[in-house]
Design a protein around this ligand. Structure first.
Ligand code: PEP
Ligand code: MG
Length: 559
């Protein structure tokens, strides 16, 4: 038995074969071919496979989001078999004896430049299409596995690290658990694992070796342990642990339908964080009171090109209608930092977490923001929507974003398209600047939602992606908690509500603190709703509040 210790970031015990994520190797190999006929055939086979893949994607999109969403893939199918494109590749292979990868790469570059230099905006946009289709053909030529897993049975997925864009595209039915060499507890991959309810362990370093592939493995997400070829005792012990976890889960079921209320009658809302409309099922099955954070950027991460208004509208509408009259707060696009999307073509940054991300991108590229806001307001007619903006630092940013909301509402009104006039507009408080300015910001919005993942990283100057910072990355740090209290006080003085949607919201060691400082809503992964409800229902706030506030703010504080 090989025993490996990492950091457990999503609870649960899972057992299955170990499988290494297959990442695209896209470094171009360029060489001269002798048998040009068979090289041409190699291209034709890849082209055919690409057309088939696009057909499947079109069908999936049609079922999930309607005809307009399917059209993108159908356009790409036409592009893949475009005669001019094919002729250029054929000439490169047959006349210049280039290998198929080089022929596709060169042709894609020529066609993309040609489209980009045209005056017509529609034709310019075709540059992205030709790049996209070509990279799909290249992936097939390189033998890259779509979705990173080529296995008939569910596996324990090992990887050096997984980018959010890779995680979101995985076939979830194939994954029993994640084990990564790098990563940290507040990385988006860990967050996604918790949202999906899949056990996950990060930071195992080089202890996990490629030669273990296919061997029986058990992971324990609560202790961070991974066992390859587990012995009988370990297997028995962990299977028993899994049985008890399931039993605990069944016990929590009894809390469904009950209030999130302390023993002395203080009530708080418990909502859920989601990344896609499909996650609504687990919100409902875990009895979440609403959605406190829908990370809309995952829709973008799941697409090969900018999702258009219709595609987004269908996704938001689905989430809102399935949630019925329960509130759904959708955060506008928060890309940048670790959530990079190729088609945004963002310039390389030395410090992306401090760079062009989230609301900054939306304000600098209003056409992208406007498309999302139109989709959101249109969807507002189908449920109870709230909208919030991420990474705010200044009042002017909020005013500019709100102005765009007003413009979009006016447009919809003129077009006779229904929307809800009373959509609440809020901001995420996830920068120290926003927390310090919360007295002013509170006058601009209907609610605050504290993003403690980023608030911790920016307040403590600790990169949330870096697992090596150990005790320096401390979300319980009094500086973070004092900022949260300050935000709460400023929100309440101005008559607005305040929630927490960062991972800290589910930290049961802080539930009493959050109740004491007056947080109104906690938004957590669906699986955390019932444990949190249990904790709230076991608390007598009046017994703990004074001591907690004294510890946090008093002179003789333990800090
Ligand atoms: C946060 O920063 O706490 C947050 C909820 O947003 P994200 O984790 O997506 O950055
Ligand atoms: Mg954040």
């Amino acid at each position: 038995m090989i025993s490996i210790q990492g950091k457990g970031v999503s609870n649960g015990v899972a057992s299955g074969p170990l499988y290494f994520y297959q990442r695209a190797t896209t470094t171009l190999r360029r060489y001269t071919v002798e048998d040009t006929e068979s090289e041409w055939q190699r291209f034709k086979d890849a082209q055919q496979k690409c057309i088939e893949q696009l057909g499947e994607l079109a069908e999936k999109a049609r079922k999930e989001a309607g005809d307009d969403a399917a059209m993108l893939f159908e356009t790409h199918q036409l592009m893949a078999e475009d005669l001019d494109y094919e002729d250029a590749i054929q000439a490169s292979i047959m006349e210049e004896a280039n290998n198929a990868e080089a022929a596709v790469t060169d042709t894609a570059a020529t066609f993309a430049d040609m489209f980009a230099s045209m005056d017509d905006a529609y034709m310019q946009a075709r540059a992205a299409d030709v790049k996209d289709v070509s990279s799909r053909i290249l992936n097939i030529l390189y033998g890259v596995v779509q979705g990173g897993i080529d296995s008939d049975v569910p596996v324990i997925l090992a990887a050096d690290d997984l980018a959010p864009s890779e995680t979101i595209q995985l076939d979830k039915t194939k994954i029993l658990a994640f084990v990564t060499e790098g990563g940290s507890s507040s990385s988006h991959t860990a967050i996604l694992a918790r949202t999906m309810g899949i056990p996950a362990i990060v930071g195992v370093g080089d202890q996990i070796k490629k030669e273990y592939e296919g061997r029986p493995t058990i992971v324990d997400g609560s202790t961070g342990q991974v066992y390859v070829d587990p012995d009988e005792d370990t297997t028995t012990y962990l299977m028993e642990k899994r049985r008890k976890l399931i039993e605990y889960q069944q016990m929590l079921e009894e809390l469904k339908g009950k209030e999130n209320i302390t023993l002395d009658g203080h009530e708080i809302r418990v909502y859920c964080n989601i990344g896609s409309p499909e996650d609504v099922h687990s919100v409902l099955s875990n009895d979440g009171g609403g959605v406190g954070l829908f990370r809309s950027e995952f829709l973008y991460l799941n697409c090969d090109d900018y999702p258009d208004e219709e595609y987004q509208f269908e996704a938001y509408k689905q989430a809102l209608s399935e949630m019925g009259n329960r509130e759904v707060i959708i955060r506008t696009l928060d890309i940048g930092a670790d959530k990079q999307i190729e088609y945004f073509d963002l310039p390389h940054e030395e410090n992306p977490a401090l760079g062009n991300r989230a609301l900054r991108i939306c304000l600098n590229r209003p056409e992208i923001f406007r498309t999302q806001l139109r989709a959101l307001f249109r969807a507002s007619a189908y449920g109870h929507l709230g909208i919030m903006f991420p990474m705010v630092t200044s009042v002017w940013e909020v005013r500019e974003a709100k102005k765009m909301c007003e413009q979009v509402k006016n447009e919809l009104k003129e077009e006779g398209i229904p929307y809800d006039e009373h959509v609440q507009i809020g901001i995420m408080v996830e920068t120290p600047a926003a927390a310090v300015m919360s007295d002013r910001l509170a006058k601009e919005v209907d609610f605050f939602s504290c993003g403690t993942n980023d608030l911790t990283q920016y307040t403590l100057a600790c990169d949330r992606q870096n697992n090596d910072l150990g005790r320096f990355f401390d979300p319980h740090h009094p500086a973070v908690l004092r900022l949260l209290k300050m935000v709460c006080d400023n929100a309440h003085k101005n008559g607005i509500w305040v929630g927490i949607c960062g991972e800290l919201g589910a930290d049961l060691d802080l539930t009493e603190t959050f109740l004491s400082i007056g947080i109104d809503e906690l938004s957590v992964s669906p699986r955390s709703v019932l444990p949190l409800r249990k904790k709230i229902r076991e608390t007598t706030l009046s017994e703990v509040k004074e001591a907690i506030l004294e510890d946090l703010m008093g002179e003789g504080s333990q800090f």
